[in-house]
Design a protein around this ligand. Structure first.
Ligand SMILES: NC(=O)C1=CN([C@@H]2O[C@H](COP(=O)(O)OP(=O)(O)OC[C@H]3O[C@@H](n4cnc5c(N)ncnc54)[C@H](O)[C@@H]3O)[C@@H](O)[C@H]2O)C=CC1
Ligand SMILES: CC(C)CCC[C@@H](C)[C@H]1CC[C@H]2[C@@H]3[C@H](O)CC4=CC(=O)CC[C@]4(C)[C@H]3CC[C@]12C
Length: 440
């Protein structure tokens, strides 16, 4: 029977609980030992230094930290663990939640924390694992603390994914950087020892110079220079997470953290894929090539990204010395292709065609249109939100090769993709078809 209760905070009822039911980075100039070179510890142009802003968690926690000591190894309840997934109702988050329920035998309670709770959470209440849905905001330290308290493992996947200029740079920073800081501080204060952070390939690149990152791995040297608020925020947040590794949490044990860096994720729930499909339908079944086929993009299936999170979270305790402070690219058997050719693996079987072996428009015209879109966005901002897919940043990303080739996750925590390329493709096609028909 669903129970509803609220977590009181700052005199107001904010975080809403609905229902019962760890690369050490070795980067030029950055100086930690071990693996993990292709790091986001590059320059973030125009953003505050990390320690300029401290979260108010300590003040808002009160005695919470003293009451809860979720020591994972020593606890008598070691077999049943409490997991918290932030952003658990997002595209990736939902897959992580479902994967944990299916594949984590030690799961005793699953807390799903998100600003917007999905109605699909209801169906999870009937299973054997207690699922607690918590409506909350990662930028509110007290809400995060209340959700983290008593959790053994936190998978922090909540984030503002915006490369289109929908949100302000300040908001992106607040959610992605301050939100991550709040999660870390909550772990430290409440004694939660294991934190897996969803980072991004974007913490590495593509950089503003358009240098290709071809079949790179975590140790590949790459000049990471970020100007856009999204990669900047992910790089800063990743650094916070990695630097927090080894911090003493309440109870005296060390925090163990790691960061997973997906490349472009695809699969069921991928909104940009659905948007391309709908656009193609509107254009009578045609899409027009904009980027040369030779520009390769790393893509990874959402189910495999979720599986990597589950495995990393599971193994962090046993392999703390090896995994703590490490970064891992997310990878699977998805083929290396251009962004558009890769999308056609799914959109083709759904009846769309990509026109042109080469881009139909010259690149300079795309650059001009992207700049025009940026100008229009700026001019129209007081009146309306104009946020098209094409802008100077997305064009630069789409037009720069970025592919990874690594086995670090396999070596460190035994990751093997759960879904073959064929499975991933079939599942995605079925979803696109369903999403497309429901749109018509
Ligand atoms: N989609 C992609 O291709 C990639 C995504 N990532 C990262 O993966 C993570 C998940 O991304 P997606 O699932 O694609 O995005 P999404 O937008 O579908 O999911 C993010 C979730 O976080 C929640 N959220 C946002 N702001 C929040 C806040 N202030 N408090 C609480 N919850 C909040 C949203 O409501 C949403 O459910 C993000 O951290 C993103 O940076 C990394 C690489 C690639
Ligand atoms: C017609 C245009 C030139 C095509 C535009 C395509 C773009 C919208 C997308 C091309 C590459 C995508 C990004 C890439 O997959 C890496 C990402 C990682 C993340 O962490 C978040 C999403 C994204 C930035 C993704 C966003 C869409 C593209 C820019």
């Amino acid at each position: 029977m669903p129970v509803e209760h609220r977590v009181a905070a700052r005199g107001r009822l904010r975080a809403r609980v609905v229902g019962v039911v760890a690369g050490r980075v070795s980067v030029p100039g950055m100086g930690q030992e071990g693996e993990g070179g292709a790091s986001g510890r590059g320059r973030c142009v125009g953003w505050p230094a990390l320690d300029e802003r401290r979260g108010p968690l300590q003040a808002s926690l009160g005695t919470l930290g003293q009451r809860l000591q979720p020591g994972m190894a020593d606890s008598a309840q070691a077999q049943k663990l409490v997991y918290l997934v932030t952003g658990g109702c997002g595209f990736l988050g939902e897959h992580v939640v479902r994967m944990l329920l299916q594949r984590e035998p030690r799961l005793g309670e699953l807390r799903v924390f998100d600003r917007h709770l999905g109605p699909w959470l209801e169906e999870l209440k009937t299973g054997p694992v207690r699922v607690t849905a918590i409506q909350g905001d990662v930028t509110e330290a007290h809400e995060v603390a209340a959700a983290v308290a008593g959790a053994h493992v936190v998978i922090h996947t909540a984030g503002l994914v915006d490369v289109f200029g929908r949100a302000s740079p300040e908001t992106i920073h607040e959610v992605n950087v301050q939100g991550t800081r709040n999660v870390i501080e909550a772990c430290v204060q409440t004694g939660t020892r294991f934190l897996v952070y969803t980072s991004s390939m974007e913490v590495v690149g593509p950089n503003t110079k358009g240098h290709p990152f071809y079949r790179g791995n975590e140790d590949t040297l790459y000049e990471a220079v970020h100007r856009h608020p999204y990669p900047c925020s992910k790089a800063l947040a990743e650094r916070l997470v990695l630097e927090a590794n080894g911090r003493e949490v309440h109870g005296g044990l060390p925090l163990v953290t790691c960061a997973l860096r997906p490349t472009g994720i695809y699969g069921e729930g991928h909104q940009i894929m659905r948007d391309f499909y709908r656009q193609g339908l509107r254009l009578g079944g045609w899409l027009f090539r904009a980027i040369p086929a030779s520009v390769e993009h790393g893509r990874v299936y959402v189910g495999n990204v979720a599986w990597m999170h589950v495995l990393a979270a599971r193994e962090l305790e046993r392999r703390a010395a090896l995994m703590g402070g490490q970064v891992y690219f997310c990878y699977d058997g998805s083929p290396y292709k251009s962004y558009e050719d890769f999308n056609m693996e799914f959109l083709g079987p759904c009846g769309l065609q990509l026109v042109g072996a080469r881009p139909l428009l010259p690149y300079w015209l795309l650059v001009f249109l992207a700049a025009l879109n940026a100008l229009l966005q700026w001019l129209l901002r007081p009146l309306v939100l104009y946020a098209p897919l094409l802008n100077p940043y997305t064009l630069a990303v789409a037009n720069t090769t970025f592919t990874v080739s690594t086995d670090k996750a396999q070596r460190h925590f035994g990751y093997e993709p759960l879904f073959s390329w064929e499975d991933s493709r079939t599942r995605t096609i079925l979803w696109v078809q369903a999403a497309g028909s429901s749109a018509q």
